[in-house]
Design a protein around this ligand. Structure first.
Ligand SMILES: Nc1nc2c(ncn2[C@@H]2O[C@H](COP(=O)(O)OP(=O)(O)OP(=O)(O)O)[C@@H](O)[C@H]2O)c(=O)[nH]1
Ligand SMILES: Nc1nc2c(ncn2[C@@H]2O[C@H](COP(=O)(O)OP(=O)(O)OP(=O)(O)O)[C@@H](O)[C@H]2O)c(=O)[nH]1
Ligand SMILES: [Mg+2]
Ligand SMILES: [Mg+2]
Lengths: 300, 278
């Protein structure tokens, strides 16, 4: 659904031959509303608009379009402005890097994030994704707090017919370290640590993640983030990025109608790539990140 | 715009930033600032504290909807249905609500109406044990309506005071899942007169503007009687609730402030309003 904000900007600008600074500012106000309604963070919006304005005022002809015969078209200033918005947003969301760090003999992947963001389900999805690439993953039940969290992971493991390592009485740092040896024993070449949801202001639990990192040295630590998160995305992502070596993030529940502005905010603030997108509740609903779709969704 | 033109632009910008970063939403923020700047006295226009206080008062007024406590009706059992999108905190909130009723000496039955997600019934079972509630669960993949019908029947036959129906998380954009919810609502009505007496939408306080669509769609499917705003113990302010209360007039009944059994509070508009400006 196209939000009013960006549609207003487009309508006002359609075919406009010239764009004065005043009309650019007016269009930027519409874009601002659209991005804020799309849950992009306040400061990130400000920076984005500044960059768009610079490009719009600039004399650099870097925006091109072609007609049906592939001949270059001259864009009106209005159309050019719209193009700049899309291109700038896509550029900010990229470059695309959906690679996973693989190490021998056992690749370690750690899922972290706020409560309910989709870590456990995504752990299962990643396992399935890796199996399609001929890996042999093992799931590790490192959430020892949430009622039936271990059961939940075991159900997913059973659906995929892969081992789930759990050991009662062990705290997550010990468990995650021991899991590596268990994986070797079971001929698995990847371990995926499902950790408990936590608040960034919970110092004890944030320290637990630092401990897991110290003991198990994950090759890939992914921040799993709900696409419907609002302005808090920046606070949360910044804190996780500050305390851990984040390799990338995964945006979940994009099968809804949340605009997903958090993706831009998190990318801006952490500089880390968006790796995957969660597009549903079943284990096959994981996609590698592509900027175009998400950019136009955020812009509205 | 009268008084507004006299309000310092930087003061307005600062206030707008506070409102937007608390997830109040850009349009709601702009309306609030317009309203307040029209209301305040010409003499007070250059006093930031006065403007802020007027804003806070207006927000509290919007949120201060009638919030009756959950009460066991004349006709037992009170039937409570809990709904919302995935991961918002429904199952955990039900555990907390069960404990609240147990503290009042009530007998509670929990209905494991999430028959889809891995280990959902097991999770609710732990909460039933912790709160001393009875649990009715079905088979995996069983029609949620039949499990919840059974839960109400168990409550009736055992003389329980309250039934709390857990439902699977669902995105409001999924038509078939929203139809399933409507069916649960109808079936509960067949199981007991006037049921469900309360339908609570669980909203995660970290959610941005999408919460408005969630409230709109869930309310359109089944009439909501209240909202529970969870995860307010985090850094998110939950400001999106202001626009929701203004538009739909659905009262926030409780807030979730943690993951333990007693981490539930009755909603207080004044406390919420002041926390927004902290
Ligand atoms: N529609 C949809 N639902 C999802 C997606 N990913 C996860 N979910 C659902 O979101 C809810 C929470 O998922 P979990 O995997 O339990 O989340 P979590 O981060 O492990 O939660 P905690 O361990 O409590 O922090 C469940 O109902 C999942 O089925 C997705 O991409 N789309
Ligand atoms: N910090 C905090 N966490 C909460 C709160 N309420 C729930 N949670 C956590 O949020 C996560 C999801 O809670 P659930 O009760 O499983 O959520 P749900 O809505 O039933 O999820 P689905 O059934 O999968 O849709 C769990 O890790 C809970 O412990 C709260 O008020 N504060
Ligand atoms: Mg989990
Ligand atoms: Mg649940």
């Amino acid at each position: 659904t196209i939000s009013k904000g960006f549609r207003n900007a487009r309508l006002k600008l359609q075919g406009k031959a010239e764009m004065s600074e005043e009309s650019i500012d007016e269009a930027l106000r519409d874009v601002r509303v659209s991005l804020l309604e799309g849950d992009v963070e306040f400061g990130v919006v400000k920076n984005f608009l500044g960059r768009v304005k610079d490009k719009a005022l600039g004399k650099v002809v870097d925006v091109e379009a072609k007609d049906k015969e592939g001949k270059k078209l001259k864009l009106s200033a209005g159309d050019r402005f719209v193009q700049i918005c899309y291109q700038e947003l896509e550029a900010l969301m990229g470059p695309v890097d959906t690679s996973l760090n693989i190490s021998k003999p056992v690749t370690r992947i750690m899922m972290v994030g706020l409560q309910g963001s989709g870590k456990t389900t995504t752990a299962g999805k990643l396992a399935k994704y890796l199996m399609a690439q001929k890996h042999r993953p093992m799931l590790v039940a490192a959430d020892v707090y949430r009622p039936a969290a271990i059961d939940q992971l075991q159900v997913l493991g059973a659906q995929l017919a892969i081992p789930v390592y759990t050991e009662s009485g062990l705290m997550p740092p010990d468990l995650c370290e021991r899991a590596i040896q268990k994986a070797k024993e079971r001929q698995c070449d990847v371990v995926i640590y499902d950790t408990a949801g936590r608040l960034t202001i919970d110092d004890a639990l944030m320290h637990e993640l630092e401990e897991i990192e110290r003991r198990a040295r994950p090759d890939n630590t992914f921040l799993v983030c709900d696409a419907m998160i609002g302005q808090d995305a920046v606070r949360t992502a910044a804190e996780f990025a500050k305390r851990l070596a984040l390799h990338g993030f995964i945006l979940t529940k994009l099968d809804g109608d949340a605009r997903g502005g958090a993706a831009l905010s998190i990318k801006e603030v952490t500089g880390k790539p968006i790796k995957f997108l969660g597009m549903g509740e079943t284990l096959d609903r994981l996609e590698e990140f592509r900027p175009a779709g998400l950019a136009s969704r955020i812009l509205g | 715009f009268g008084a507004k033109r006299e309000l310092d632009k930087s003061l307005l910008d600062d206030l707008e930033q506070i409102l937007i970063t608390s997830d109040i939403g850009v349009k709601t923020a702009q309306h609030l600032l317009e309203l307040v700047s029209n209301k305040i006295d010409k003499k007070e226009v250059d006093q930031p504290d006065k403007v802020r206080a007027a804003l806070q008062a207006e927000i509290e007024r919007i949120l201060d909807l009638e919030n009756r406590p959950l009460e066991v009706a004349e006709s037992k059992p009170l039937v409570l249905m809990v709904v919302g999108v995935n991961g918002g905190g429904k199952t955990t909130t039900i555990g907390k609500l069960a404990q609240r009723f147990r503290d009042q000496g009530r007998r509670v039955v929990l209905g494991a109406g999430d028959t889809f997600r891995a280990a959902a019934a097991d999770q609710l079972e732990v909460w039933a044990q912790r709160s001393g509630a009875d649990l009715v669960r079905g088979k995996e993949g069983q029609d949620p309506s039949s499990v919840l019908f059974e839960a109400v029947k168990r409550a009736q036959s055992s003389g329980a005071d309250v039934v709390i129906a857990d439902t699977a998380g669902r995105l409001h954009t999924k038509v078939n899942l929203m139809e399933e919810l409507k069916k649960v609502y109808r079936v509960l009505g067949k199981a007991a007169l006037g049921a469900p007496h309360e339908v609570l939408l669980v909203l995660d306080a970290t959610t941005g503007q999408n919460a408005i669509a969630q409230a709109a769609q869930f309310n359109a499917a089944i009439p909501l009687t209240g909202i529970v705003l969870t995860k307010l113990d985090g850094t998110a302010k939950g400001g999106v609730i202001v626009g929701i209360c203004q538009e739909f007039k659905i009262p926030v009944r409780f807030i979730g402030i943690g993951e333990k059994l007693d981490d539930l509070r009755q909603f207080d508009a004044r406390e919420f309003g002041s926390a927004l400006f902290d």
